[in-house]
Design a protein around this ligand. Structure first.
Ligand SMILES: [Zn+2]
Length: 237
């Protein structure tokens, strides 16, 4: 490979590496992973919200059940008192019966409330368990997407490494000062940093070389590197 061909190879491989880096950053697997993560995060947020709701209802149910138990205890106490044979005054017996009547009403009302809360709790419970199951599935999808991305990245990474190895081998055949000139301006000119001299023009820019300059470049021995006075590209004679 001539030094000039080697310089073109360096440029070609640099272009390939740039494209591969772009491809690496824009892998469809990366987008797919981001979507899967988004879905999973949305479900996690929903689970949190409904778990708070669930806990709130669950506590209300427990509280009313506690009140039911307390009223039942008191009723048992009053029954024992009323039929235990220790009451002697009818007035006292009437007072106890009145309290029992009130407590039975209270008990009915509390039991109704417990049922209402349980009915409210049931769909929330079902929803939380559905969301939990969905969360598990979505976490598995995220993991799968992550592995697919990793596999995709590995393919591109290995292509980048191969291009870099070819670039490095070609760069070894280019004079260090030429390589330095190329690298100094390649950041701005990219894939057309080094261009061919065709006819009487630099093929990299839309301008025509001044005739005197074109004559000078044409007269250079083949394999010489000139610099376009119009665009600053390296022109290979
Ligand atoms: Zn030019």
């Amino acid at each position: 490979m001539s030094a000039m061909d080697a310089l073109f190879t360096v440029q070609d491989e640099d272009t390939i590496v740039r494209q591969l880096n772009h491809h690496h950053a824009n892998l469809p697997e990366r987008m797919a992973l981001a979507e899967a993560e988004q879905a999973s995060a949305t479900t996690a947020t929903q689970i949190e919200e409904h778990k708070v709701e669930h806990l709130d209802l669950f506590r209300r149910q427990r509280r009313y059940e506690g009140e039911v138990a307390a009223v039942e205890d008191r009723l048992t106490e009053l029954d024992t008192l009323l039929y235990g044979g220790t009451i002697t005054s009818p007035k006292e017996a009437v007072a106890i019966q009145t309290e029992i009547g009130h407590l039975r009403q209270r008990l009915d009302s509390l039991e109704g409330t417990v049922l209402e809360v349980m009915e409210e709790l049931e769909p929330v419970e079902r929803l939380v368990s559905e969301l939990d199951a969905r969360g598990v599935l979505e976490a598995a999808v995220v993991e799968e997407r992550r592995q697919e991305l990793q596999a995709g990245e590995e393919v591109v990474d290995s292509e980048i490494n191969e291009a870099r190895a070819r670039r490095s081998a070609a760069a070894g055949e280019v004079a260090p000062d030429v390589l330095a000139r190329y690298e100094r301006i390649a950041g701005g000119l990219g894939a057309s940093t080094v261009v061919h001299f065709v006819g009487s023009d630099c093929t990299g820019c839309p301008y025509s070389m001044p005739a005197v300059e074109a004559d000078r470049v044409r007269a250079l021995p083949e394999g010489t590197l000139a610099e376009c006075t119009e665009c600053g590209r390296l022109v290979a004679r």
